[in-house]
Ligand binder design. Structure first.
Ligand code: COA
Ligand code: AMP
Length: 635
């Protein structure tokens, strides 16, 4: 098929509002929009102003009404617990209505915030959809975050209710969620009025009288009563959810997603980007706590009338590196979306891909990778072993869907290894130098997107318009700063090379080194510290801390390192994967006192580096090099 991408992209550029108006016809609106885009509203304008709609209606009810009632909506496959469950669209409607009715009885309505702190169980998706049904705003917090991180999000979102579970299950342990939840509520200044707790059979928990509601009892009763809960009309511009993501400090950013634009963009993406038809099985192997989980485990596949797979397990060890192939063949998955790190883990366990031969993958059509740079080795391995095309695509929590990708539904473009391919309609991507001047093709610079951002992207940060302007819109006037550095080549292909801020990417998880530094600096023996991301074969990057100890501290450095590692795990959570803290006498700085993190990172990664002209004392870089060598890191 000859790709129509260039025509479609030019069509969008010539008439952006016309393009999005056409895509909006795929959504059922309760009342139509006055304007496709109103530049006068919000920080940089708002999409589909004047319309009312409901995301849950579009994700569930309309499919039940139009012939998909008996089709599987969600396939829950949990090798970690040994359970499986198929939920049809009709059953999904019942589950969501029953939960929505319990929420309503406990005072939840339009605009109220509800935090969801759940493992990968179907109830997590039910909770998201029940919020959407009621016009409540959900904020899902990833289970790998510790109590303090949860407390920060509680204080920012001020939820009226929290929906959680007794435990999550990791391969090496059961993670008791309830003590983390209770500790977070204790720590937070804002207190939820009630909590709905799913008791899991692997490990239950005590409920707090007067606050906690047993999920199964309450929802079961509502289901038996056959309670119906209508989809509440909300403005297209009303928030559907807040998703916190790492910023440069310990205070995460609350990315806001609206209802209308989000539905339009995601619905369009399912065919145009992923080439999936309604009724087919789509699998995003991620977690509902991340943006990929929001967009491509829950909302997009359901908006499109697909069956989505909700997988509670790991690419390896549950029970082996053939799990992904089993799920694909057993459930007729056509399209898999995951992070490259998952494939690196599989490749390490089964380099020859022998386990693939045990399964019939004839219905499998394409693999999509995102979340971190897809290294050509991993892409080629997957192409050869699976015998399907592999497509890298680039996006962020902030955008909610692809900024640059290979639109397979419009006819795939040739793949260039190392490139997520080209700008999607809606995004005018440019590369600018630090002063905001356009770079020539092939030159590395700041990757920015011309405003306005397309539907689906964040209109602002939760209760923080000014922070939104400062963080994203201030540096390059008229553009959204992605904080990624990259290149556009002569064919218009984009290459994303690195972050321009202190964010690192560990196993496809976005983490703030600034946040880790704040935790480490609080250790009683630490005078100063710097955390950098060091290249790692499996996880892409791993955090490494450098610490200067207070004068007079004589304890063994190994003992202090252990405490620092434990502190980061306790305060941020296991997901930080923080394992290395190196004690050093000094940190390299500019004459104005700025720590030279980028140079340290280049040394650690064994890359070429130049002595910064402004360095205070060049000898310190030799000390850092030696300290890294002692740990087997760097050149
Ligand atoms: N709840 C509690 N703890 C969690 C958790 C959760 N939901 N998810 C991860 N953790 C813990 C892990 O158990 C691990 O703890 P440990 O230090 O005791 O071993 C720690 O957090 C680090 O987890 P992770 O970085 O995921 O490493 P891993 O070794 O457990 O697994 C991979 C490595 C590659 C298998 C795994 O990262 C993976 O499947 N990645 C897929 C990528 C992905 O989902 N990306 C999301 C965006 S697409
Ligand atoms: P997150 O918000 O967690 O999705 O992380 C977004 C960041 O991950 C981006 O700003 C990039 O730095 C990185 N990223 C995501 N996808 C890709 C990709 N396909 N190639 C390179 N980097 C990526």
């Amino acid at each position: 098929m000859v790709s129509t991408y260039h025509d479609v992209y030019q069509g969008w550029k010539a008439n952006p509002e016309g393009f999005w108006k056409e895509q909006a016809s795929e959504i059922d609106w309760f009342s139509p929009f006055d304007r496709v885009f109103d530049p006068g509203q919000g920080v940089y304008g708002r999409w589909f102003t004047g319309a009312t709609c409901n995301t849950c209606y579009n994700a569930i009810d309309r499919h039940v009404e139009r012939g998909r009632a008996g089709q599987a909506a969600i396939i829950y496959d949990s090798p970690i617990t040994g359970s499986k469950r198929t939920i049809t669209y009709e059953e999904l409607k019942e589950e969501v209505e029953a939960l929505a009715s319990v929420m309503q009885d406990n005072g939840i309505g339009k605009g109220d915030r509800v935090i969801i702190y759940m493992p990968m169980v179907p109830e997590a998706a039910f909770a998201m959809l029940a919020c959407a049904r009621l016009g409540a705003i959900h904020s899902v917090v990833f289970g790998g975050f510790a109590a303090r991180e949860l407390a920060t999000r509680i204080d920012d979102a001020t939820p009226k209710m929290i929906i959680s579970a007794s435990c999550g299950i990791e391969p090496n342990r059961i993670v008791a969620y309830k003590p983390l939840l209770d500790a977070a509520i204790d720590m937070a200044a804002s207190k939820p009025e009630s909590c709905i707790i799913l008791q899991r059979e692997q490990q239950g928990c005590d409920l707090v009288a007067g606050r906690d509601i047993d999920y199964a009892q309450a929802v079961g009763a509502a289901r038996s009563a056959g309670t119906e809960v209508a989809c509440i009309p909300v403005a297209a511009t009303d928030p559907l959810y807040i998703l916190y993501t790492s910023g440069t400090t310990g205070q995460p950013k609350g990315v806001v997603r609206d209802n209308g634009g989000h539905m339009v963009a995601l619905k369009w993406s399912m065919k145009a980007i992923y080439n999936v038809e309604p009724g087919e099985v789509y699998w995003a192997a991620s977690d509902v706590g991340w943006v990929v989980g929001h967009s491509y485990i829950v909302y997009a596949p359901l908006l499109h009338g697909c069956t989505t797979v909700l997988f509670e397990g790991k690419p390896v060890g549950t029970p082996d590196a053939g799990t992904f192939w089993r799920v694909i063949s057993e459930h007729n998955v056509t399209t898999l979306f995951t992070a490259p790190t998952a494939f690196r883990a599989i490749k390490k366990e089964d380099p020859e891909g022998k386990l693939i031969d045990n399964y019939d993958l004839s219905g499998f059509r394409a693999l999509f990778l995102a979340g971190e740079r897809a290294d050509p080795d991993t892409i080629q391995w997957a192409e050869q072993k699976l015998n399907v095309p592999v497509y890298d695509h680039w996006w962020q929590t902030e955008t909610g869907w692809t900024i640059a990708g290979n639109p397979v539904g419009l006819g795939a473009l040739p793949v260039k290894y190392g490139s997520p391919t080209v700008a999607m309609p809606g995004y005018d991507i440019q590369v600018l130098d630090d002063a905001g001047h356009p770079m020539k093709s092939g030159q590395l610079g700041n990757v920015v997107v011309k405003l306005p951002l397309p539907p689906g992207c964040l209109p602002t940060l939760w209760n923080a318009d000014q922070r939104f302007r400062d963080a994203y819109l201030e540096e390059f006037r008229g553009f959204y700063k992605t904080a990624d550095a990259g290149i556009i080549d002569e064919d218009g292909y984009l290459f994303i090379m690195a972050r321009t801020d202190d964010i690192i990417n560990v196993a496809g998880h976005r983490l703030s080194t600034g946040g880790m530094e704040e935790v480490i600096a609080a250790h009683k023996d630490v005078a100063e510290c710097a955390v950098i991301g060091v290249a790692d074969k499996m996880k892409g990057q791993m955090p490494v801390g450098f610490c200067i100890l207070n004068a007079g501290v004589e304890r063994p450095p190994e003992e202090i390192e252990k405490e620092i590692v434990a502190l980061v795990r306790e305060k941020i959570g296991p997901v930080a994967a923080f394992k290395t803290a190196i004690m050093v006498p000094r940190l390299p700085k500019t004459r104005s006192g700025k720590i030279l993190r980028a140079t340290m990172q280049k040394i650690a990664d064994g890359m070429e580096w130049k002595m910064p002209a402004t360095i205070d004392d060049p000898a310190i870089l030799d000390e850092i090099t030696d300290a890294l060598k002692e740990r087997g890191l760097g050149s």
